[in-house]
Design a protein. Sequence first.
Length: 236
Amino acid sequence: MMTSPSHRSTVAVIPARGGSKRLPRKNLVSLGGRPLVVHSIDYALAHPSIDAVYVSTDDLDIAEVARSVGAEVIDRPQELSGDHATTSAAVRHALGQVAASRRVDVVVTLQPTSPLRLPGWLDECLARLEDPSVDSAITVSASPLKVGTLTDGVFTPRYELETRSQDLTPLYAENGLLYVTRSRCVATGSVFGQRIAGVVVDHPFGMVDIDHEADLALAEALLTVYGSGASGSADS
């Protein structure tokens, strides 16, 4: 695609390796009648701000499914496909392949394990990158838990004991739905960079991170109630 100087070239990268211990062949399991990875592909293909969609995988079956629904495939090397390989490393490799043939300004990372998203969340993340001081924008969810560390069975709270939940400093958790990053940061090996804008998601979709059968059941239930998230506003 030809791009004008004013156009911010944006590509989506979906890291989808074949291995998974807790939920075998996880990225191909069915959710609402579609393979899990297809939900992220369809989300990216439908969004007008995304110019191209790439699936990074080491798996022939995932590659075949990805191509069949319109994504391009990047063959991920084995050293980036193991249990300890990071998402940032896989996305950096993908960017290196893509940048050889097209300019990329922004990379949108979509994890297949967080398949339910509203389009407005991506719009909001992209808008945060209008601030030149921001390296990336990610979706977060409010975390009301009173958390602490446990060392040798001893709990050390990260809050003042007996503080009421409503009086705690608000905390937010990375929910894995969207990572929108300037390509220069991805090229250095990070989908975060130094200055990270947070887009707050106040929706049950933010609870979905599929790693076990129970997570899949939750996603199915939410899909039944809310639909795929193909339309809707960021705060719906």
